[in-house]
Design a protein around this ligand. Structure first.
Ligand SMILES: [Zn+2]
Length: 127
């Protein structure tokens, strides 16, 4: 009869431990009690590991690509300012109302009493 039996339980640490605990009950009935236990983390093959690593990069790349498609980068708004003198601005915005002179057909200011081109008096017509 063997005095020492080494048993191995495969699986993740929790699964292996559960398997061991089930087996320990059976072993105890036969008079065997656990003395030492050691869990060695299993390792994947080099190829599988590299493949997973590569897929990792691919997935990250895809995620970055999707992010780039969805989220637009900050844009730049270019505004050109031009220095304009106050008098020039006044000319552009405030144009005084004008009337046409009935005699010379030139445009004169609405408030004008006498045409500045031909000297026609507007007041004479009004009266
Ligand atoms: Zn006139």
């Amino acid at each position: 009869m063997q005095t020492v039996i080494v048993k191995t339980y495969r699986g993740s640490q929790s699964v292996a431990t559960a398997e061991f605990q089930k087996d320990a009950v059976v072993m105890a009935r036969m008079g065997y009690f656990p003395t030492t236990q050691n869990y060695a983390q299993g390792s994947y093959g080099c190829g599988a590991f590299l493949l997973a690593l590569l897929l990792c990069f691919v997935i990250v790349g895809v995620l970055i690509f999707i992010y780039m498609l969805i989220v637009k980068p900050d844009g730049t708004l270019s505004v050109t300012f031009e220095l304009k003198s106050a008098t020039q601005e006044q000319k552009n915005t405030v144009s005084p109302p004008e009337k046409q002179c009935p005699k010379c057909a030139e445009m004169v200011k609405q408030e004008a009493k006498i045409c500045r081109f031909c000297g026609h008096s507007f007041e004479q017509i009004d009266d």
